[in-house]
Design a protein around this ligand. Sequence first.
Ligand SMILES: Nc1ncnc2c1ncn2[C@@H]1O[C@H](COP(=O)(O)OP(=O)(O)OP(=O)(O)O)[C@@H](O)[C@H]1O
Ligand SMILES: [Mg+2]
Length: 244
Amino acid sequence: MIDLINLSKHFGNIKAVDILNLSVSSGELFGFIGPNGAGKTTTIQMIGGLLAPTEGSVIIDGIDMAKEPEKAKKKIGLIPDRPFLYEKLTGMEFLKFTADLYEVSEEAFLENTEKILNMFSLIDRAHELIESYSHGMKQRLIMSAALLHEPLLIVVDEPMVGLDPRGIKMVKNLFRSLVAKGTTIFMSTHTLRLAEDVCDRIGIINNGKLIATGTINELKHTAQIGEADLEEVFFQLTEEEISL
Ligand SMILES: Nc1ncnc2c1ncn2[C@@H]1O[C@H](COP(=O)(O)OP(=O)(O)OP(=O)(O)O)[C@@H](O)[C@H]1O
Ligand SMILES: [Mg+2]
């Protein structure tokens, strides 16, 4: 579903992403972890077609993002870390606006919206202005908007930031049920416990380079630690010190 081929992004002298090669299969929940500044958001923005690579390619379901961006983007539901919302729209108006961008039919919109707003506990506030929403409510609205066109691929940067425990549990269950139906999810997170709980496979990025990929067990093997959790693997592979 996702093929990243020799993907690089340079900002001046900074190699934010440095010759990254990675394939993610259909129906896989892939977790992308790494220290601050490692290149996660930059990679996600290139996968979503928001940022052009310096070199290399992003292929989504066989479509080259650089050659057919509209076609590739239609397959993706992108949930950015710092979402942009029109504060003067109501939640419902924002969803309609997004649905129109993705050419969701009126029928599908009506059918999906109620279901999604219920799932994200937004139904009672759907007709209020977004500026009156709390941070977590805005986050839930962005996720609702990304799911409306039933994308084959969900690309999400730090999904759980700002969500309450009930929201986190709901999103975890939602992600698992979506991948069970064949949706692919590419998710960055700093919540290693979450990655360990829900991801089928994990990639660790450090200084723009993908330094390891695999299941939790495979990563433990790579880090040559036996009974360890993902946190220990993370510190070992990124050579960071645990500060208490
Ligand atoms: N627009 C930009 N201009 C210059 N440098 C940038 C820009 N965007 C990102 N960078 C740099 O690229 C590197 C990777 O940043 P990125 O935001 O991808 O990291 P990240 O892994 O998402 O980090 P975090 O965990 O803090 O979200 C950093 O060194 C960052 O300073
Ligand atoms: Mg980031």
